[in-house]
Design a protein around this ligand. Structure first.
Ligand code: MG
Length: 158
């Protein structure tokens, strides 16, 4: 059996926050605004997992009205989803993600982000693809006001 899932997320860029992407802190003079640590890539990946199994979305699992999740480590939230009985029965086939950001340059950080995701999924790094693109200065992301991410993944079980 296989199930496919897709996730998308966007967070606004702001001062005085760290930039977390895929569970990795990226050196930058700005960060992303959000109730949790605003790891836009992990949020897209989490929604892809939940979407694949029709288990709702990250906002239902971890409401931003819940003070428990203020500043939450998004890697911990994804690990919580993966540990759920309904999810644990499945293993990752592959994950393909793209981060849309005008700045900072992400290519140097892609290996660390892939390794972080492989650690969270307890899979081989060859199952994890992370790409980065700009949007040619065309919109809010292009003006550096936001960073977004898409994630698509395949889950498998016997
Ligand atoms: Mg989010």
């Amino acid at each position: 059996m296989i199930r496919i899932g897709h996730g998308y997320d966007l967070h606004r860029v702001c001062d005085d926050r760290k930039l977390m992407l895929g569970g990795v802190q990226i050196p930058w003079d700005r960060g992303l605004l959000g109730h949790s640590d605003a790891d836009v890539l992990l949020h897209a990946v989490t929604d892809a997992v939940l979407g694949a199994l029709a288990l709702g979305d990250i906002g239902q699992w971890f409401p931003d009205t819940d003070e428990t999740y203020r500043g939450a480590d998004s890697a911990r939230l994804l690990r919580h989803v993966l540990a759920d009985d309904r999810v644990r029965a499945w293993s990752l086939g592959n994950l393909d993600a793209v981060v849309l950001a005008e700045q900072p340059k992400l290519a140097p950080h892609v290996p660390a982000i892939r390794a972080s995701l492989a650690d969270i999924f307890a899979c081989d790094i060859s199952q994890i693809s992370v790409k980065a693109t700009t949007v040619e200065k065309a919109d809010a992301i292009g003006r550096g006001e936001a960073i977004a991410a898409h994630a698509t993944l395949l889950l498998e079980r016997d």
